[in-house]
Design a protein. Structure first.
Length: 126
């Protein structure tokens, strides 16, 4: 299961790099989507390592943190709840233009920074 955990962690790092690239490309909605994906995959890496089982097919980040037995504070929970909304909303093509127009560059940069810090913290648990 160590290989599975490493694969999830590698994908998380890749998605975080993609979030940075999307920030540079000014595709702010996709910054947030990639932040959600990176966080989900790092949590799944922890689940795979700790349980020696495949992680659940769940995208809600607070639930994944619980499954990973990661104790989060309220600020971290707020970040996870916020990121979870971007996974759900960015899946429906009819909603993307409106949602993308509402994401501000400073918001995308702030959330990317918070996500980078959170994933770095999660990486210490692997």
């Amino acid at each position: 299961m160590a290989d599975t955990a490493d694969q999830w962690a590698g994908q998380a790092r890749y998605d975080l790099g993609t979030a940075r690239a999307m920030l540079a490309a000014e595709r702010y909605l996709y910054v947030l989507f990639c932040c959600q994906q990176a966080t989900e995959k790092m949590l799944k890496a922890i689940i795979a390592k700790r349980t020696r089982e495949h992680p659940p097919r769940v995208q809600h980040l607070v639930r994944l943190a619980e499954a990973a037995r990661v104790e989060i504070d309220e600020n971290q929970a707020d970040l996870l709840r916020e990121l979870s909304t971007y996974y759900i909303q960015s899946r429906y093509p009819e909603e993307i233009p409106d949602l993308a127009s509402r994401v501000r560059p400073d918001e995308a940069k702030r959330i990317l920074g918070q996500t980078e810090g959170f994933i770095q913290w999660l990486s210490t648990m692997r």
